[in-house]
Ligand binder design. Sequence first.
Ligand SMILES: C[S@@+](CC[C@H](N)C(=O)[O-])C[C@H]1O[C@@H](n2cnc3c(N)ncnc32)[C@H](O)[C@@H]1O
Length: 436
Amino acid sequence: MNALTLFLPCAAGVEGFLATEVERITGVPEADLRTSRGGVEVAGSWRDAMKLNLHSRLAQRVLVRLAQQPYRDEDGIYAAAHDVAWEIWFTPRQTIKVEITAQHSPLKSLNFAALRVKDAICDRLRDKRGERPSVDTARPDVRVFAHLTVDQCTVYIDTSGEPLFKRGWREDKGDAPLKETLAAAMVAATGWTGMDDQGQPVPLYDPCCGSGTVLIEAAQMALNIAPGAQRRFGFEKLMPYQAHVWQVLKQEAHAAERKTAASKPFIFGSDVAFRMVDFARRNAERAGVSHAIELRGGDALQRMPPSTAPGVMLLNPPYGERIAAAGVAGQRADSRADTRSGPRGRETAQHSDGSENNDFFAQLASHWKKHYPGWSAWLLTPDLKLPSKMRFKESRRVPLWNGPIECRLFRFDLMAGSARRNAPPHNTATEPSGPT
Ligand SMILES: C[S@@+](CC[C@H](N)C(=O)[O-])C[C@H]1O[C@@H](n2cnc3c(N)ncnc32)[C@H](O)[C@@H]1O
């Protein structure tokens, strides 16, 4: 019975991909889902809630909607939260945390509104069970979310616990790792599934792989490994939880895993920092996909294609002050900086005019034109001028948010044939690189 209303929040830009994923996991047709900015709503069962937690790569959490009603002030919010039968979800012995978000709410203090929700929960449980729960903001047993619009208050109980991007395999982080959910959205945006229509593997390569997030998400998809197979969930502490149902879901997921997707790896990663390659290797081992990924050290400006068949490159390249391009471009920029300002102790350089990064992208573009004909390259970047810096014309641009940073995932189709023939006159601003 689909008695619950489930809401799955996601990063802006990901809603459409998430709707497709929810249909695949629950069987509910996309036409019956409600997709809004920032999430997807689906009517589902408690079993669906567990399945979505186990299998969704794109959702931030799975919430159960418990109340939605108009409000004018904090008393209205208290009333909405007090009407919820919290006593069927958890006991007063368990700790709680209330989080509140708002869009155009007229209320002055969201903290005070959150306090009123907490009071309503505590009062209700004291009336029904004779005791009130305590608050634990660090490691609560139960998380409650309230969302306020200009006149509607919606109250949810969370079933995920830790946010879903925490898959349980990442211990080694790079300097700017992607969230796993965003890496999965990047893979979804490319349409890469591992195999082509003839069942042949399609190579996927991240030449700036850092701690390996894109590669690991892609490999788990190719091997059909559930993203939540290695972690615990908030629903395990809620009263409707039935351990035997959960065990069956996990066993089904495990049985559906593929040991190998092809006779040899077709997912490749490299990074100029050997420390990162090491991190990626250890993360891949913990994620159960090390046999499916080939990792190397090396400069993206020098690495040759890892496979004879062309495939998909997918990366979030170095950007901005925190991560500057290293390797050949970085060294050149460093030596120029050295002649201007004396010796510097940094491994990588970044100039206030961003010139080092520009050098990197110009060189990357000519390296790819020369050596990667037939590949499509997808780059996630907040730099909307990246195509013109590379003198490429994108064939797709997908808006995605990296936390608070608005980005684009640009697709460039690298033309088959001689680089020289395709090269633009030196001073052209953009180069059409039409579909191969
Ligand atoms: C934004 S991070 C990528 C993060 C990665 N997606 C992850 O989730 O960990 C950019 C990466 O590019 C690498 N890098 C910088 N310059 C490079 C170059 N010339 N060749 C290859 N990798 C480079 C950095 O070492 C860093 O790991």
